[in-house]
Design a protein around this ligand. Structure first.
Ligand code: GTP
Ligand code: MG
Length: 347
């Protein structure tokens, strides 16, 4: 999303160039919009950031490998295995990199398989206290989705529900569930297990929880992974709406600033040959005064106030105005480009 950063830079540049050129209240509003956009942008990327969490051995690392279609994370039959979080992230997403820095996740692998998706394979948490600190306080506020991976054997452990799932309930929109290792039970038993997990989650306060049955062990052909990838893509669409909204806000700010000053009219005066009769210039200015924006009118009035016509002052103003016009035009074009990229169908 470097384009979004560039777009905000252009709005900032326009704000600087609008100083003394556009009406102060219009400049202040544009500056406000730029500031707001920058704050939101700092937290925003169109990559959906997902953390795989859950008890040891439930198959978090195996799920990551199944999503990638190759071995990204180490999997083992010995518990606990993953001892440090691993982030599988798209290249060139500086916001995602910053999120991983903030979370202190140093191990990273490149995702060139699933566009717009970053997956964190979390280690097992050794205590309820560290779980709360890592997942509830640090992870949930920073990621888009936590996929809780459990399996057909352990999903109904009361400790799991009381100690781990209940405290996350206020983030329920951000939590989805995977019921892994369904290859270990009869095919016909799977829907009943999914329902069972759904109703215990409902008792924990998760109404309408998303529960996906999967089998991702290396010896079995992955099952349920397409559905999981689809869920991640649909979350990504929702994020795009947010990015789209930000671009729209910037476009409005650009348009409002452009509307507050007549950026091009009268620019021809810049090319006025030196030594042109003053009378001629005054006539042209008279023309320009009619329907000129308020700042330009003020500048012309000032320039005409003295005994001598201050043509340099007028030229400076027209040049500044034209520069602002060029910056705003470029911002408008960038915004349109970015929007058309956002409208591209999700791969
Ligand atoms: N039968 C079966 N075995 C699985 C499945 N998914 C994972 N396993 C096995 O379960 C064991 C643990 O899998 P991991 O992916 O390492 O589990 P994890 O959640 O990352 O575990 P930690 O890193 O210790 O937290 C491995 O031996 C896997 O091969 C599955 O769907 N079916
Ligand atoms: Mg693991």
């Amino acid at each position: 999303m470097t384009d979004l950063a560039e777009l905000i830079d252009l709005l900032d540049l326009a704000v600087v160039r609008a100083g003394g050129v556009a009406p102060p209240d219009a400049v202040a509003r544009a500056a406000d919009a730029a500031r707001r956009a920058r704050t939101r942008r700092a937290l925003l990327t169109d990559t959906v950031v997902v953390a795989l969490a859950g008890g040891t051995g439930s198959g978090k690392s195996s799920t990551l490998n199944a999503l990638a279609g190759h071995r990204v994370a180490s999997v083992s039959a010995f518990r606990p295995h993953t001892d440090e979080a691993l982030a599988w992230i798209p290249v060139d997403d500086d916001v995602v990199v910053r999120i991983m820095d903030d979370l202190g996740i140093r191990r990273r692998a490149e995702n060139d398989v699933l566009p717009g998706v970053a997956v964190i394979d979390m280690p097992d948490m050794d205590s309820v206290v560290s779980w709360h600190r890592h997942i509830v306080e640090e992870l949930l506020p920073r990621v888009d989705l936590v996929v809780w991976v459990t399996d057909v054997v352990k999903y109904n452990d009361p400790l799991l529900h009381e100690a781990f799932l209940a405290p996350m309930v206020r983030y329920r929109e951000q939590v989805a569930f995977v019921l892994n290792k369904v290859d270990l039970v009869e095919e016909g038993a799977v829907p009943g297990l999914v329902e069972d997990l759904r109703s215990s989650l409902a008792a924990d306060g998760y109404d309408e929880p998303v529960v996906l049955p999967t089998a991702v062990g290396s010896t079995t052909r992955p099952r349920g992974i397409d559905e999981l990838a689809k869920l991640l893509r649909s979350r990504r669409d929702t994020k795009w709406l947010v990015v789209d909204k930000l671009v729209t806000d910037i476009e409005h700010a650009v348009r409002a600033l452009a509307g507050s000053v007549d950026t091009w009219r009268g620019t021809g005066l810049l090319a006025f040959p030196a030594g042109d009769p003053e009378e001629r210039i005054r006539e042209q200015l008279e023309d320009l005064m009619r329907g000129a924006d308020v700042t330009t009118r003020g500048v012309i009035e000032e320039a005409r106030a003295g005994d001598e016509l201050d043509t340099a002052r007028i030229h400076r103003h027209l040049a500044d105005r034209a520069l602002l016009g060029a910056t705003l035009a470029e911002a408008a074009v960038r915004a349109r480009q970015l929007r058309s990229e956002l409208e591209r169908p999700v791969p």
